[in-house]
Design a protein around this ligand. Structure first.
Ligand code: BGC
Length: 586
């Protein structure tokens, strides 16, 4: 019987249609079908955090301030980062929270100014070195693999004051020194490094807090960040790899720009251009040909000429630099939360929440022309106007990167998460069914990327461990598997219901038929694809007084109530139907 099912499955797989670099996910029934199965052995399941968002202890020991400490201490802001979730003191608890969630990995970032208070290696803060040594040792003692980010946006404030930040190419060497120090000090135990977290976000969206509507500084910043990344990778490759045997990657954020009409060449081109600006800006020099995407170079030039600027603000790499940049990653971390539908347009786009702009028309990619961003029906609003429910985004982006760049090295989903805006409600609602739905659907798409699309995906990191400081907006958007009480001096953490579910997915390495949460997933699946499942994430949502919404599916029965044979049969038939629909739909 099993052989019969497999034959049909394999035949179905042959009917698969793709749109080249754009995976054809237009058939919604097929796209949203549940898939059972497990991720490859050794798959890393973890959470991701960032130093500024959790550590606190902002001036403890001899730590120097970062640009975020500077920003959060401006009179109009609240310095939430001073204590954050107090992980500087509670790192052991952070590790135990991973243990209790059955996770085998933890992605955290090192704070550059905690190690080098003024950004340079002239003074080293031994308290900072001790802190990260303790954290790494604690992880190791608990069998948890660290994946360490060197730069999650907290530039030493002194480097900003002295050099203007990333706009100055002196920072390339400073970063190399800092990376070298980290490899030397922690590399005996850390085997997975990423240089930068989401360069697009801290360059395009933040820009080191510079006022640069013209983007002249931002293009320079990006240029130096790419050079710094390449420098750090080569440093590891030349001086550490043979002794430490680890790998160095970069985390690039992107959402999947899905062409509105896959058969319309103009929409496909618009979606390609969108991806080239958003993702390719940083990826093309590293996994493409060492240089910026051609389309980006052309569009920046053309758009500036229209403004009578004869010199393009996009810097140029020398031929030597292109060779040096190319291939400087051992793996790619992809942070992805959502998607957009992209169509070609001749009309000028305006930036407005109703227009669903993420990356275009709001000044973030000012030289990208002819692109309109929208969302589709069934894309539900999740906590913030930029995040819309679109789990298939995972398949779309991984497939795109592989096909567009001929990329064959491993991927890690380095951040995937959902936030809600009502965290100050008291008592907190720990029954976060929307987050359970989110992880069921998004993790299932990760499984599909591996099983259906053959992507070499090796890890999944939930954003985030506990509710933390969401950068400029403080702790008002809560992404945690654990609730953090920000009014409590010791930042008490309490598991939410999603923590148990995510732990179960991790423990079972996905969705094997006999897992308890798979039985539950089948019951919840339809509801998890409905708008009301995500309603509680929204601002202004009023919690029902009895805390239970009537349409919410019943809690999962224990697996033992489902007769094994019947369950297997059900799964087999459902799997075949899902596979047939998924692969053979027009
Ligand atoms: C960043 C995180 C941030 C999250 C949610 C990601 O882009 O890496 O630091 O908290 O988005 O906004």
């Amino acid at each position: 019987m099993t052989a019969f099912y497999w034959t049909i499955f394999l035949l179905a797989a042959l009917c698969r249609k793709t749109g080249g670099q754009f995976l054809d996910l237009k058939n919604i029934t097929a796209r949203d079908a549940f898939l059972s199965g497990t991720l490859p052995d050794g798959f890393l399941w973890g959470t991701a955090t960032a130093a500024f968002q959790i550590e606190g202890g902002w001036d403890s020991g001899e730590k120097g301030p970062s640009i975020w400490d500077w920003y959060s201490h401006l009179p109009q802001n609240v310095p939430w980062g001073d204590v954050a979730t107090d992980s500087y003191h509670k790192y052991k608890e952070d590790v135990q929270m991973h243990v209790n969630t059955s996770l085998n990995s933890y992605r955290f970032s090192i704070s550059w100014p905690r190690l080098f208070p003024d950004g340079t290696n002239t003074t080293i803060n031994q308290y900072g070195v001790d802190y990260y040594n303790n954290l790494i040792n604690e992880l190791q003692n608990n069998g948890i693999e660290p994946l360490v980010t060197l730069y999650h946006w907290d530039l030493p404030q002194k480097l900003k004051e002295r050099y203007g930040g990333w706009v100055n190419d002196t920072l390339v060497e400073m970063f190399e020194n800092y990376a070298r120090f980290c490899f030397t000090t922690f590399g005996d135990r850390v085997k997975y490094w990423t240089t930068f977290n989401e360069p697009w976000s801290f360059v395009a969206a933040l820009g080191d807090f510079n006022n640069d509507p013209d983007y002249t500084m931002k293009y320079k910043m990006a240029h130096n960040v790419i050079r710094a990344h390449a420098r750090a990778w080569h440093t590891y490759d030349d001086d550490f790899r043979s002794a430490q045997n680890g790998s160095v990657g970069i985390v690039i954020s992107s959402i999947w720009g899905e062409p509105a009409d896959l058969h319309n060449p103009a929409d496909r081109q618009a979606a390609t251009n969108y991806m080239e600006f958003f993702f390719g800006w940083f990826a093309n020099p590293i996994i493409g040909n060492g240089d910026y995407p051609d389309v980006m170079k052309r569009m920046v030039r053309e758009s500036r000429l229209k403004q009578n600027q004869t010199v393009s603000p996009l810097p140029e790499f020398t031929e030597e630099e292109k060779v040096y940049n190319n291939g400087t990653t051992d793996f790619l971390g992809i942070n992805t939360y959502t998607a957009r539908i992209i169509s070609a347009t001749n009309e000028t786009q305006t930036c407005h929440p109703d227009n669903h702009n993420f990356a275009s028309a709001c000044g973030y990619m000012p030289d990208l022309m002819g692109v309109k961003e929208t969302i589709g029906p069934g894309w539900f609003y999740m906590g913030s106007n930029i995040f819309w429910f679109a789990p298939w985004n995972i398949r779309g982006i991984l497939h795109f990167v592989r096909e567009r760049y001929g990329y064959t090295k491993p991927f890690y989903l380095s951040e995937v998460g959902i936030g809600e805006t009502y965290k100050y409600h008291s008592p907190p609602n720990l029954n976060d069914t929307w987050r359970m739905c989110f992880y069921l659907t998004y993790a299932n798409e990760a499984l599909k990327a591996v099983k259906l699309d053959g992507v070499d995906l090796r890890g999944f990191y939930a954003w985030t461990l506990m509710d933390n400081v969401e950068w400029g907006s403080g702790p008002d958007l809560a992404f945690g598997l654990y609730h953090t009480n920000f009014t409590h001096p010791s930042r008490k953490r309490t598991p939410k219901r999603s923590q148990g579910l995510y732990g179960s997915i991790a423990r079972e390495n996905g969705f094997p038929d006999n897992a308890n949460h798979v039985w539950m997933t089948r019951q919840w699946w339809e509801w998890c694809h409905m708008d009301e499942a995500y309603a509680p994430t929204r601002h202004g949502y009023v919690e029902p007084t009895n805390n239970v919404r009537p349409t919410q599916p019943a809690p999962c029965p224990s697996v033992s109530t489902a007769p094994a044979a019947q369950s297997l049969m059900f799964t087999g038939i459902l799997g075949i139907l899902a596979a047939l629909v998924a692969f053979c739909s027009p």
